[in-house]
Design a protein around this ligand. Structure first.
Ligand SMILES: [Zn+2]
Length: 310
């Protein structure tokens, strides 16, 4: 049986069968859709046009928006909370796509993940647990094997994107930054740097412009993952979030090789030398620029390897 409901611009077509725990009432689904749409509009993310929403599993994703922004798939195998989070996440994609259909994956997913977690108000502890098991921070579209997708269902790209977006949000304009990133016709780092420069000129950011580059932001972000220290650097740039547990408190010993990096990829890896550094050392390190920013050799003595592939 196929049921169809019209609500404003929205058609929800129920095409799937349901599991016992899943939300199987179309009125519930509509209620969650309206609730999340209202939440987003309250954040200044007001959707003008909404693609047709289908309750269906799409390639293993809990939610999915097609490239041309005509169809949102929401998994019918989710409970009430998951369904709301799925809606928030996918509606952020839909909004972003109204301004740019080709945003880079790491930024696209970072925006959706950040707002999803702000909706839930629950800090993603599981992301920290997964992060400490990862050999590196990988913002590439491909996983470490160079073949499988980093942003596939349960892919590790989401947590890398989430933490970077949280960092950008904390330091570079919060809601004003989100608005600029979501509505820009630029993509990736062009979008980020342009938005931050605009906010620097209009007032809300007091960080000197010479610190605002892709390379500098990645360095400070990398150290913030390690230290999360409000007082260890100027402008608190080694700080991520109050709820974030830094990697320096953990014992991390994995040092993998990197295979087949793709163009535009960013990967961050901490060396053993860095792991023994004190806060004072790191502060002088970042001022005197001993960071290696290149296609680094893991045997190198660099403290943090930031792999940038142009
Ligand atoms: Zn997504």
């Amino acid at each position: 049986m196929k049921l169809k409901f019209q609500a404003f611009f929205v058609a929800i077509t129920i095409v799937a069968s349901f599991e016992a725990t899943a939300i199987n009432d179309h009125r519930e689904i509509l209620k969650y859709f309206e609730k999340t749409k209202k939440f987003l509009c309250g954040r200044g993310i007001c959707l003008q046009k909404i693609p047709t929403i289908y309750l269906e599993e799409k390639e293993g994703y809990r939610g999915f928006v097609d490239h041309n922004n005509t169809r949102i798939s929401i998994s019918p195998h989710s409970d009430a909370i998951e369904t709301q989070l799925n809606f928030v996440h996918e509606l952020v994609h839909t909004y972003r796509k109204q301004f740019n259909l080709d945003e880079e994956e790491w930024l696209e997913e970072g925006l959706a993940k950040l707002i999803e977690h702000q909706y839930s108000t629950v800090w993603p502890v599981s992301y920290m647990e997964r992060l400490r098991q990862r050999p590196m921070i990988n913002l590439d579209s491909f996983a470490e094997d160079g073949k499988s997708k980093n942003y596939a269902p349960k892919g590790e790209g989401y947590l890398a994107s989430f933490f970077l977006m949280q960092y950008l949000y904390t330091h570079f304009g919060q809601e004003e930054l989100l608005q600029k990133l979501l509505t820009s016709n630029k993509s990736g780092w062009d979008n980020v740097i342009n938005a931050i420069h605009e906010l620097t000129q209009s007032g809300p950011i007091a960080i000197p412009t010479n610190l605002i580059s892709k390379e500098n932001i990645l360095r400070h972000f990398a150290v913030s993952l390690w230290m999360n220290d409000m007082f260890a650097a100027k402008y608190a740039l080694f700080y991520l979030d109050q709820k974030y547990e830094p990697l320096s408190k953990l014992n991390i010993l994995k040092f993998p090789r990197i295979i087949g990096p793709s163009k535009g990829a960013v990967k961050i890896q901490f060396s053993k030398e860095f792991q023994n550094s004190t806060a004072q050392n790191v502060y002088s390190i970042i001022n005197y620029d001993p960071f290696v920013i290149k296609e680094a050799d893991p045997q190198d003595k660099a403290l943090i390897f930031i792999y940038l592939f142009y």
